[in-house]
Design a protein around this ligand. Structure first.
Ligand code: LLP
Length: 420
């Protein structure tokens, strides 16, 4: 069951609430609209898939950092995957257990590492300088740090180059020829570091689970090698990256169960705890980005639907050429002509599009239009370009539309200049 569905008379619903009614209530567009229950269902799919394994589901906070959503995921039993000191601070505020948090990143700064060390979160070692900083952080914090080595396994995730991270020429992780250097270094600092696991993250929007299996095979070989040198490794972290059905074609894509099942035997055979780091597959399909149509125009051979949302609030189509499904929230008028449109925003550049060549009935001015699967990497990547203010967020909770983040205002912006 999915939270967004169209009734036979052509109205889009989110868990029993007409999106049109949510627009009426919000009084401002664009905005993000989530289903709280869909978040729970997505988490439950991972929890069920992991039954019989010792595991941590570490939600990748970068995908969506709304505090209310973090509190909800935390309450369900989720851990958190963090890439900055502020993400760590927010996760702590949301109540996450630091022992179920992992601090990742290729450019972690000392100040943030000290915080992570003090809190006792797992830290992934990404490079020689990162290792040195982690040793320093352990000393400053006066606490031994549990570390995982982030291995760059050189597996091609077959995705857009901007979201591939595990190929040998990417900036992330440690290549095998350097592994011994790290093992020797860690051995020489037994008071500061405890090597507890190995990590890899291949990339994002991955739709073939064989790719995860290939990586897991390589990773357990590394783990065997590291264990043979006397380290007691307990954790295999296979990262995040599972894709979702952005195209709404009904094609059956791998689910969390399929992903876990391809690595389950390997994990059990080495008596490991499994850490996974899903972002998109937990949160993307729980949300729509809701807009109003400002007008319709034609130039040359192109028809445009101009909406009030833009690349400022949702940049994935502009940045990666990503496809996100678009539809109207209410039935079109009887005589509405069906045409092929680009869906564009008001931002002053031609990269400002939410969708290209979409076949839709010509909407009336003021009609509601949604961009689907907007829960991951949309609000968290929003900017204030053209002084568009970051939009509010709502979720449907138990049949009611509830605001879970205020929209930013012009006054908020002016505050940065107070007293200057
Ligand atoms: N773990 C690590 C180390 C990561 O770098 C990422 C995402 C994840 C976990 C979560 O991956 P997910 O399950 O969400 O695929 N902005 C891009 C996606 C960037 C992903 C970056 N790393 C987009 O909008 O498609």
């Amino acid at each position: 069951r999915h939270c967004f569905s169209k009734s036979s008379d052509g109205f889009l619903y989110c868990e029993g609430v007409r999106v049109e009614d949510a627009m009426e209530l919000a009084q401002r567009s664009p905005f993000y609209l989530y289903s709280k229950d869909q978040i729970s269902r997505n988490f439950e799919a991972y929890r069920q898939a992991l039954e019989g394994l010792r595991s941590i589901i570490g939600y990748a906070v970068k995908a969506n950092n709304n505090l209310k959503i973090l509190e909800h995921l935390c309450g369900l039993g989720c851990g958190a995957v963090l890439v900055s000191g502020n993400e760590l601070r927010l996760a702590l505020k949301a109540g996450f257990d630091p022992e179920r948090c992992i601090f990742n990143g290729n450019g972690k700064i000392l100040e943030d590492l000290v915080l992570a060390a003090k809190e006792g979160v797992f830290i992934n070692v990404d490079s020689e300088f990162d290792y040195e900083n982690i040793v320093t952080a352990a000393r400053v914090a006066g606490r031994k740090v549990k570390v995982l080595l982030r291995i760059n396994p050189d597996v091609d995730p077959q995705v857009h180059p901007y979201v591939a991270t595990g190929n040998k020429n990417s900036k992330f992780g440690i290549r095998n020829e350097k592994l011994q250097w790290f093992l020797d270094a860690i051995k020489s600092h037994p008071n500061e570091l405890k090597l507890v696991g190995a990590h890899c993250h291949l990339g994002s929007t991955i739709t073939k689970v064989d790719i995860f299996r290939d990586a897991a095979v390589l990773m357990v070989n590394y783990i065997d090698e590291i264990r043979s040198q006397g380290f007691e490794l307990e954790y295999l972290n296979i990262g995040g990256g599972l894709g979702i059905d952005y195209h709404h074609t009904g094609a059956v894509l791998p689910a969390p169960m399929d992903l876990i099942n391809t690595v389950r035997e390997l994990v059990l055979s080495r008596n490991l705890n499994l850490i996974i780091e899903p972002g998109r597959s937990l949160i993307a399909n729980t949300c729509c980005f809701v807009n109003r149509v400002t007008g319709v125009k034609t130039n040359g051979t192109k028809n445009f639907i101009v909406i009030d949302g833009s690349m400022a609030e949702l940049i994935r189509p502009s940045l990666y050429g990503a496809y996100q499904h678009i539809e109207l929230v209410s039935p079109p008028s009887q005589d509405a002509e069906v045409s092929t449109f680009d869906i564009v925003g008001p931002v002053c550049e031609s990269a400002d599009f939410l969708g290209k060549d979409r076949v839709l009935p010509t909407p009336e001015k003021g009609a509601g239009l949604v961009v689907h699967d907007a829960g991951a990497y949309c609000m968290s990547m929003a900017s204030t370009y053209n002084l568009k203010m970051r939009p509010p967020e709502y979720w449907v909770d138990n049949g009611s539309v509830v605001k879970i983040r205020h929209g930013e205002t012009f006054e908020d912006y002016l505050r940065f200049f107070d007293g200057l």
